[in-house]
Design a protein around this ligand. Structure first.
Ligand code: NAD
Length: 286
């Protein structure tokens, strides 16, 4: 296993720009791939703004900021970026067909030693690995939003991931300043398998009139020391995303305990998606 020093990040949205930021700041030669110049420019502008904010807060020096940006490049070619990478972290939209297509291209273009990782929240890493001719070099690197702040990387071993690859990626996550936790690939991994049923149950309390969203969140904040209540967190994640992940759990285990609450389904149908739509369990327009 070669050492990982060059990282390509595919997708510069919420997660991809955070992953590229952390990779470049941690000393990796980093290439961010987007679909068009406007999205790429926007992603790099976001990283620049976030690094500037860290300088203003005296978390990093101006020299650190300049060095991080010096290590960061952009590309509109997935194949070119993959060809120069030891590790590719895919962070495109949560869509199996799109991710499968990207993994095929990455497999063709990346050097033989390169590791292919996905930041997916809910798609099977084992399935993505199967789309390549190097399944033992495929792994999940599940970062959390906002990436520069959140310590956890859930390292998700596909059925095929080799021990050497899992260890190399674990070391890379540590070098990125993260605290990786290794889990195996099953629906929802650990994070969403535990989190989403809690959110679903919190929604059930509102649905059945047990308590208001504010009261549910206060109980979990004051009694369980959660920094954010489950319904506030659901709004932050996006109710559509919560519903999609619950459906993955429900279908993956064929177990009614993961059945999405009808109130969640109705709110998504009504376009109440949380922070991103202005309304969910809370009003975010003010
Ligand atoms: N948002 C979260 O809180 C969160 C947390 C953990 C994991 N995830 C996972 O991370 C992934 C990305 O989520 P996000 O919230 O950053 O999505 P997003 O919509 O903010 O960003 C996705 C980006 O991918 C780009 N993209 C699409 N196709 C591409 C291609 N062929 N080549 C290059 N770029 C392409 C899009 O232009 C877009 O900028 C998903 O798999 C999601 O499940 C999200």
């Amino acid at each position: 296993m070669n050492t990982i020093s060059r990282i390509a990040v595919v997708g510069g949205g919420t997660m991809g720009n955070g992953i590229a930021h952390v990779a470049a700041q941690s000393g990796f030669a980093t290439t961010l791939v987007e679909t068009d110049q406007a999205r790429l420019d926007k992603a790099i502008a976001t990283i620049t703004k976030n690094l500037d904010r860290m300088v203003a807060k005296e978390k990093i020096s101006q020299a650190d900021r300049d060095a991080a940006l010096g290590r960061l490049g952009g590309s509109l070619s997935l194949a070119d970026a993959a060809a120069g990478a030891d590790l590719v972290v895919e962070a495109v939209n949560e869509n199996l067909e799109l991710k499968t297509r990207i993994f095929r291209t990455l497999d063709e273009a990346a050097p033989a030693h390169a590791v292919l990782a996905s930041n997916t929240s809910s798609i099977s890493i084992t399935k993505l690995a199967t789309a390549t001719r190097r399944p033992e070099q495929v792994i999940g690197m599940h970062f959390f939003n906002p990436v520069p702040m959140m310590k956890l990387v859930e390292l998700v071993r596909a059925h095929q991931t080799s021990d050497a690859v899992a260890e190399a990626v674990r070391q890379t996550a540590v070098a990125m300043g993260k605290e990786p936790v290794t889990v195996n690939d099953y629906p929802g991994f650990v994070s969403n398998r535990v989190l989403m049923p809690m959110i679903n149950e919190a929604i059930g309390c509102v649905h059945e009139g047990v308590a208001t969203p504010e009261a549910v969140d206060q109980v979990m904040k004051l009694g369980m020391a959660h920094p954010m209540g489950p319904l506030r967190l659901a709004d932050f994640i996006g109710l559509d995303v919560c519903l999609a992940i619950l459906n993955v759990l429900y279908e993956g285990f064929k177990d009614p305990r993961y059945r999405p609450n009808p109130l969640l389904v109705k709110m998504v149908d009504a376009g109440l998606l949380g922070d991103k739509s202005g309304r969910g369990f809370y009003d975010h327009t003010k």
